[in-house]
Design a binder for this molecule. Structure first.
Ligand SMILES: *[C@@H]1O[C@H](CO)[C@@H](O)[C@H](O)[C@H]1NC(C)=O
Ligand SMILES: *[C@@H]1O[C@H](CO)[C@@H](O)[C@H](O)[C@H]1NC(C)=O
Ligand SMILES: *[C@@H]1O[C@H](CO)[C@@H](O)[C@H](O)[C@H]1NC(C)=O
Ligand SMILES: [Zn+2]
Ligand SMILES: [Zn+2]
Length: 532
């Protein structure tokens, strides 16, 4: 077995990481139908490690944050994965609530979501989206375990620089959609999938041909209730027709977030409505006696940040340094993507733009920075695809880029920014026989989800970008993000950041800690960061 502790290698075809039980209890009772032994390796992945360590971590948090809290307030020891009672095979329902920023679950009473959290496993400070923090790239990363440079959906819309064809959110030709999404992995291995909307699910690929009975064509007018009821209807089918992997998609609260920003009461209403849909799903599964047998994974694709502060950068103010033509700009904001004509020097364009932006003469220029894509921070994984335009601009959180000044209403919400911004985080909440109850794990990137679901369904995963595995001997070492910069607060049995961490500097610092995954001494306790 190759040493797995090396830095994550870039994705390469045939480079299959070990199948992982990332978020799953380390020793699981197999659900009905014995799991095939993983072909490549039995080593557990990093996330598996995180989950295994999570209980200990949670306990440490408790002890250190609230030293006087009686231990009885600590989460009960996580139960081992449960055996299924009624269903013969493992089942996963993957639900996306678009633009569900981490923290929205505390904006209003969300009893159903909190039931999943309380009796399930969730990411303490949210799920980290991939860059760019946009809907299609993220949904397809969740489905494939790949970064956009590998799965090909590098934006919600983009031209192919070779063919000149244009990708839009209704392009279903297989040529755009690289990699292997879960419904294809399932179909290829003889497992029935059903998709009630998911970007890429209508694309015919491998053994998946988007069959009428199991694959819905996107129609945003279908009421949420109808979507939930259709998912429930699959559980009335005979066992051999019942899908084992199902997707369910809601456009909210992204829709409201764009219109009014993340702090408006309309968001609270939208969140309550999503909670009602989760309640409807739980009730329907309970009626059928299968709720405890089904693994429900609730995620979002990205967060949302308010843009009502006139944080605008106008590209035409760069004219004294470089005159940008509109047709060079393939995407404007928050992801600024530029492809100048072939006869121009790319480094020259970047240098002139940055010179203008840093001159003090362009309004808010200091809040936008241009990069050759290969010079972007490597943690963004946004370079290795011919589809990614050669010049990328990263605005600071909440800033918008426009060609020129106009009088349109600029107040609302946006996403697409650097995924290090805390406002871009979304939720990961998982409940079911393969997830331990009351478990809170550190944040992780959504490319790890593919392996988790493949593992639950006993599928051999396709090669993907989830981090490499950690060797067994490290399994017991406790690692986790030190959250010393963001106030953690205990409410009931769940930890969360008491307030939205809107201070960019603080949250970036936190991100650095998370990326470094500090190794902690055995006697380390949260709140005692002196490290002697
Ligand atoms: C966990 O499940 C039990 C039984 O299903 C339920 O009574 C309890 O309210 C749930 N816990 C939370 C925190 O919702
Ligand atoms: C979309 O869904 C709505 C509501 O269910 C329905 O009335 C409409 O006919 C659907 N549109 C298409 C093109 O199927
Ligand atoms: C912090 O840890 C050190 C050694 O690990 C210990 O001596 C000290 O008492 C701890 N302080 C607190 C406040 O727990
Ligand atoms: Zn979205
Ligand atoms: Zn959106």
């Amino acid at each position: 077995m190759a040493a797995a502790a090396a830095a994550a290698p870039p994705f390469a075809a045939g480079d299959s990481p070990p199948p992982t039980a990332l978020l799953l209890p380390r020793t699981t009772t197999t659900t009905a139908g014995a799991a095939p032994a993983p072909r490549r390796s039995s080593a557990s992945s990093r996330l598996h490690l995180l989950l295994t360590a999570a209980l200990a971590v949670a306990t440490s948090y408790l002890l250190l944050i609230l030293p006087r809290t009686p231990l009885s307030a600590a989460p009960a020891p996580a139960a081992a994965a449960r055996a299924q009672v009624k269903l013969e095979k493992p089942v996963v329902i993957l639900i996306s609530s678009d633009g569900f920023r981490f923290g929205y679950q505390h904006k209003a009473a969300t009893p159903h979501i909190h039931r999943l959290i309380g009796n399930g496993t969730s990411a303490a400070t949210g799920l980290v989206p991939i860059f760019p923090t946009l809907t299609f790239p993220n949904h397809y990363s969740i489905a494939t375990g790949l970064y956009p440079s590998s799965h090909g959906i590098i934006n919600n819309y983009f031209p192919d620089p070779i063919s000149g064809d244009y990708f839009t959110m209704s392009s279903h030709e297989p040529k755009w959609w690289l990699g292997e999404p879960l419904w294809v992995t399932a179909a290829d291995q003889g497992i029935q999938a059903a998709t009630y909307f998911w970007p890429g699910s209508e694309v015919k690929k491998g053994s998946w041909d988007c069959p009428d009975k199991y694959c819905r064509h996107y129609n945003g007018s279908v009421p949420f209730e109808e979507r939930v009821d259709a998912i429930l209807g699959y559980f009335d089918l005979p066992s051999d027709e019942m899908p084992q992997f199902l997707t369910l998609y809601f456009e909210d609260p992204d829709h409201q977030g764009h219109q009014v920003g993340p702090d408006d009461p309309a968001i609270t209403e939208a969140v309550v409505r999503i909670d009602e849909m989760i309640g409807r799903l739980i009730a329907g599964l309970e009626e059928r006696g299968v709720f405890e047998d089904v693994n429900v994974i609730l995620v979002g694709d990205h967060g949302m940040v308010g843009t009502c502060d006139k944080k605008l950068v106008f590209l035409d103010e760069l004219a004294p340094w470089i005159k940008l033509e509109e047709d060079w700009v393939l995407s404007m904001t928050p992801l600024l993507a530029i492809r100048p004509p072939d006869d121009m020097s790319l480094p020259d364009v970047v240098a002139k733009m940055n010179e203008g932006l840093g001159s003090g003469k362009v309004e808010n220029g200091e809040y936008l920075r241009m990069y050759l894509k290969e010079d972007l921070p490597s943690r963004l994984h946004y370079a290795d695809s011919y589809r990614i335009p050669p010049i990328i601009g990263l605005p600071e959180e909440g800033y918008k880029v426009e060609m020129k000044r106009s009088d349109k209403n600029e107040c609302g919400g946006a996403h697409g920014y650097d995924n290090a911004f805390f406002s871009m985080r979304t939720i990961f909440i998982a409940h079911g026989p393969r997830f331990e109850g009351g478990r809170v794990v550190p944040s992780f990137e959504n490319v790890e989800i593919y392996n988790v679901i493949a593992s639950i369904l006993n599928l051999e995963p396709a090669p993907n970008n989830a981090p490499p595995s950690v060797e067994e001997p490290q399994m017991n070492s406790m690692r986790f993000c030190i959250q010393e910069h963001c106030q953690l607060e205990l409410r009931g049995q769940n930890y969360f950041i008491a307030e939205f961490c809107d201070n960019v500097a603080v949250c970036q610092e936190e991100q650095v800690y998370c990326n470094q995954l500090q190794e902690l001494p055995a006697d380390y306790s949260v709140g005692n960061n002196s490290q002697n």
